[in-house]
Design a protein around this ligand. Sequence first.
Ligand code: C2O
Ligand code: CU
Ligand code: CU
Length: 523
Amino acid sequence: MWTRREYLKAMLAAGTTAGLGWPVGRAGERDPDAILRIVAKPDTVPIWKGEPTAVFRYVGEVIKGRQDALRLSGGYLGPTLEFRRGERVRIHFENRLDEASIIHWHGVIVPERDDGHPRFAISPGGSYLYEFTVKNPAGTYLYHPHPHGRTGFQVYHGMAGMLIVREPAEAQMGLPEGPYELPLVIQDRRVGRGNRLIFKRMMMDDMSGVLGDEVLVNGRPDAAFKVRPRTYRLRILNASNARIYKLAWSDGRPLVVIGTDNGLLDAAHGPHPYPYIMLGPTERVEVLEDFGQRKPGVELALTSQEFSVGSGMMGGGMGGMMSGGGMMGDGGMMGGGGMMGGGMGGMMGGGMMGADQGQEMPIARFTVARERPVRGDPVRLPQPQPLPEPRFEVKTRLAFAHMRGSLNRRTFDMRDMSAVADDERLPLGKPVLWTFENSDGMMDMPHPMHIHGVRFRIMRREGPTPHSVAAGLMDGGFKDTVLVFPDERVSVQLVPTEPGLFMYHCHNLEHEDGGMMRNFRAA
Ligand code: C2O
Ligand code: CU
Ligand code: CU
């Protein structure tokens, strides 16, 4: 397998790029508006009081062009990238880790060669050249590594960053800007002695995914923000490996949603108030928050409320016994009740677990300044666009059994990373209805399903959506990741616009690394 750089070198040596389809130097392609360098490397960063923490991180700079295309961010997080719709960006990626890696621009629709497929992973010391035109509409996206089997480990240790796409039309929408735009990158972590990050601790982590027992925001613990009594645009990204959040304000006020994973809502769907917001791994939500509606000087908190997603890690016969009883929010009950029996009982004990999916967790505190509130402009979101009628259907059954997830009973094959089955071929440019059915497992658990290279709309959600999450599902806007709960069938509609081989997978990173990932080909 050639790296892209090797390709380019060979092409330059040959004095031509004709026929290969690479954008660099090809007649008709304009020069990039911004050229960036992003380096992945081991580092140490002060996160908690005391010793600094060993992390992997992205660092970067603008080499040429628009200087605000890259902004340093907090803690260990990678820099925030800021692209404009329609512009052309070139990114030099250098891997200075001691393991293979590659960057994927999550939610961003780029050509096959720029999408960070695991088969493009580059060895330590290697580099990769990306160049693409930013087609996505204004919204909140992210980037993260995608080497097969190591994505969870690398993300957990710090490799992820926010990617913002802006467009001029936003200026007419009355959205808060500048200091009144607040990115909130939410991640859970577990810290051990010497401030080390603790990744997998036990077999169970492959099933539930790696869950931390504290929440970091923008790479920092105990997040606290001073805000002014006026309207903010919050860009919330769940960059956790496996944790699902149920976001709510401590004072019970609704969250007013203006955007989802893949762009702003249209005027038919937003701004819309929700009592709480369910946010699975890599899902994003943009919230319009008018802190002027609160008392000056008041302190409020964003929390993740308790919820229950059925039987979670146990499933099967255990499912019925354990769901509904607030089980997932109370680790103690499991160990204490001895329901698990045998060896499992000990492992699942309250003390060991302490960080179940669905347990309540504090996220961030906000203090509203004591000053006169400033009223915001009315927000005008874009007009709705009609959706084309899908003629083509595909169906994927999600299963989790014998410690790993599968998609239509298949897993990702390391030795044949380009494998595509017949039911994984999509017609380029044609509307497709893709149904995920989470009903084939021995274990009931939610799967955040993600499709590369497209944005989709949720057409139908059928089956038993857990009661404690239903009112917080953001099913109205454009998405690239969707939570599929046990026994649900969720149908999404999309139009593949990029030809080639792309991935779809569960974005619980431990499920993904375990092989709950496949290719599809659009042609
Ligand atoms: Cu967020 Cu396949 O990735
Ligand atoms: Cu992706
Ligand atoms: Cu999964």
